[in-house]
Design a protein around this ligand. Structure first.
Ligand code: ARG
Length: 700
């Protein structure tokens, strides 16, 4: 290799050139004639060039030049950039320098070495031998000027370096500065804060940031720059390096730079673009602003009559919503429907989304009619508006309400008539029971065989009639039920012995239930007649023993009460109990002493008989008087029920309430009115639960 370079050198010199280009990574050169004395009047230049990113290290293995003051005779001059070194002599003195063991380093990747001698070399100085080599430069450690140093991180390698950026930055195409991607910032909230990247730390270089605030039409945005404002500027030129420009609709604000904050900017627009440009240098801290928006104002709302507006604000603006409510008892009417609240909104045009409706007072309308009752309006003009009150009452004489009930109903906000206890349910008008409007004459003939019932004094009695002939009796209870004997509703198995009962029910359409009748065979004006809709016999009824000889007939409609038609009370479990000796009244259209049927309804007044005594009498005849039966009659006979009276009422007065109640229903007996025989009745108190369960009747 040495031989090769030597050859290049010689070759160039022999060709008469005095400039030698050296381009290898290393090499050596010598003074002419080396190691002999060098010639006089020499002027040779070596231009050493190594690849970019390398520097040159030059050193001398031999150095022997004529010494002179300030090296004015012979010298070696080395230049590289601003660097200049001149060497001469054999050893260093005050005015001259030899390189000795020291190396000379280039400023950049090139170096020029000039060897100059004067007209004589009498002492035959032998000149020099120089070596050079390309050496790597650590650009990262070397203080580079700002225009070439890395913005964030520097990485050295042999022959060069490269830059990289901190997290979230990207290297600009200048391969040096670090920029940010910040062109897609959209703000859609009604207020917010926007600042330069990394604020208040220095903002990135070489970046173009775009911030868009985009609100709905109808809003107006105001920017307010607060805190540090610091952008690179220039004393004479307007913002040539970094700047902030604001576009709002047709208007533009800025460019802004330097340290004077733009302060408040009323953009008058719902869309704002903020452009932020930075160049590749500078360490300024940026900017920050808060933005707010207000909508177009809407006119103040006057609340409707009998209504209010919520919330109450001094100014309403775009997007604000208000609720309009009517005061209690009032409602809006919207398309036929009643609406509680109404919501309207301030539109971008600065008008309300709809007009203010009027509040109409609530009207509960005509209250529902009460069966067997009537309504009294408590306010004049029969008003049915909110807060109006009404009372329900039952038709006097024949109907009564539960006396504990407050029957006032008020027209409420929900459009209903409402009662404190019953809510919207109506009260019930119960028929008056056991209180005949017509009393039997106080002085009555005491007829042993019975007496004619004065019309209307037993208004609960029902006649069961087949083909115009009565076959049994019954008692009206409530509005649509008649109590009778179960055996009346079953077919006799032996027509000759009518008390021998079959288990087959008679045809429900084959008989009539007649109320308000007194005459046995003649139709009367006061009567009402029905076909039973339903027959319910007591589940424990026994056709051979006549146990629980009781049944209920359901009428197809409610009976209209009147003087001659009124129900009998059911026994109160606590007070209406019959004891031995209590007088009871039994009535019916049955036979008189097994003979003819009477012309009119007859009744007898007889005492209740001791149960054991009655039991004994009948046990001798082989018949059983059970606990669900009650006996009445006289030991000497005479007054008794008979065929045709079955199912009819045995009634007594409840001492406590002074009302008649149904103690029993005519059931059976041995013959009629014979001595030492008694009439046997089904004891209603024993079937009371069953009756109440089915009929739901309550004595009022
Ligand atoms: N079972 C008879 C009837 O179907 C009633 C008998 C009443 N007899 C009497 N002696 N108390 O009408």
């Amino acid at each position: 290799m040495g031989c090769f370079w030597f050859f290049v050198l010689c070759f160039l010199r022999l060709c008469g050139a005095n400039v030698t280009e050296l381009v290898g990574m290393f090499g050596k050169f010598q003074s002419p004639n080396y190691p002999e004395g060098y010639p006089s009047d020499t002027d040779i230049t070596w231009n050493i060039t190594v690849p970019l990113g390398f520097h040159i290290k030059l050193y001398f293995m031999h150095f022997d030049l004529e010494p002179s003051y300030l090296c004015e005779y012979d010298y070696v001059k080395i230049t590289s950039g601003d660097m200049l070194e001149t060497f001469c002599g054999r050893e260093s003195t005050d005015t001259e320098k030899i390189p000795g063991q020291d190396s000379v380093f280039s400023f950049d990747n090139s170096m020029t070495v000039l060897f100059k001698t004067d007209f004589s070399n009498e002492e035959r100085f032998t000149g020099f031998e120089a070596h050079y080599a390309a050496i790597d430069v650590d650009e990262c450690k070397e203080k580079l000027d700002e225009s070439s140093a890395c913005d964030h991180f520097c990485h050295n390698y042999i022959g060069g370096f490269y830059c990289s950026c901190r997290f979230s930055y990207i290297l600009h195409s200048d391969n040096r500065t670090c920029k940010v991607e910040c062109s897609d910032n959209v703000f859609t909230e009604r207020s917010g804060i926007v600042s330069s990247p990394d604020y208040p730390n220095p903002y990135p270089k070489s970046s173009d940031c775009l911030y868009r605030i985009e609100l709905e039409d109808g809003f107006v945005i105001t920017l307010d720059f607060t805190g540090i404002f610091d952008l690179e500027d220039h004393p004479d030129v307007l913002c040539p390096y970094d700047y902030l420009k604001i576009k709002a609709g047709m208007k533009e604000f800025g460019p802004f730079c330097g340290d004077k904050s733009p302060g408040k900017i009323a953009t008058n627009s719902s869309r704002v673009q903020v452009l932020f440009h930075t160049d590749d240098s500078g360490d300024n801290r940026g900017w920050k602003f808060a933005y707010t928006s207000v909508g177009n104002p809407c006119p103040v709302i006057q609340p409707p009559l009998n209504g209010k507006v919520e919330p109450v604000l001094e100014i309403y603006s775009f997007k604000d919503q208000v609720q309009i409510r009517c005061n209690v008892g009032f409602k809006f009417v919207k398309g036929g429907d009643e609406v509680e609240a109404y919501q309207i909104e301030c539109l971008k045009s600065g008008t309300w989304s709809s007009g203010i409706p009027t509040c109409k007072v609530i009207d509960c309308g005509t209250p529902l009619p009460l069966e067997d009752g009537f309504i009294t309006f408590r306010s004049k003009d029969n008003l049915t508006l909110f807060g109006s009150r009404i009372n329900y009452s039952c038709n006097a004489l024949f109907y009564r309400m539960d006396p504990d009930l407050n029957t006032t109903y008020t027209c409420m906000e929900n459009n209903f008539w409402v009662n404190d206890e019953l809510g919207t349910d109506l009260p019930t008008c119960h028929p008056v029971c056991g209180e005949p409007r017509i009393q039997r004459p106080s002085i009555q003939p005491k007829i042993a065989q019975g007496r004619v019932v004065s019309r209307g004094s037993s208004p609960w009695i029902a006649m069961l009639s087949k083909n115009g002939i009565p076959f049994c009796g019954g008692s009206l209870i409530g509005k649509e039920w008649v109590v009778t004997a179960a055996h009346c509703l079953h077919l006799p198995s032996d027509p000759d012995n009518p008390e021998q009962i079959d288990s087959v029910l008679i045809n429900i359409t084959s008989f009539k239930v007649i109320l308000g009748r007194q005459k046995t065979l003649r139709k009367e004006e006061t009567e009402q007649e029905y076909h039973a809709k339903n027959i319910i016999t007591h589940p424990r009824y026994n056709g051979s023993t006549f146990e629980y000889d009781i049944a209920l007939l359901e009428l197809p409609s409610k009976v209209k009460m009147m003087d001659y038609i009124m129900p009998i009370c059911l026994p109160e479990s606590s007070t209406s109990t019959l004891h031995t000796g209590d007088m009871v009244i039994v009535s019916g259209w049955g036979k008189q002493f097994l003979h003819s049927i009477p012309e009119t309804l007859m009744e007898i007044e007889i005492p209740v008989v001791d149960h054991n005594q009655c039991k004994e009498v009948y046990s001798q005849l082989g018949r059983q008087v059970t606990d669900d039966m009650i006996c009445a009659g006289l030991k000497e006979g005479g007054s008794d029920a008979c065929q045709g009276d079955s199912g009819g009422p045995m009634v007594a007065v409840d001492e406590e309430t002074n009302r008649w109640f149904l103690g029993g229903t005519v059931s059976w007996g041995d013959g009629c009115g014979e001595d030492n025989r008694y009439g046997v009745y089904s004891d209603v108190s024993k079937s009371l639960k069953w009756i109440q369960n089915i009929t739901k009747i309550k004595n009022i």
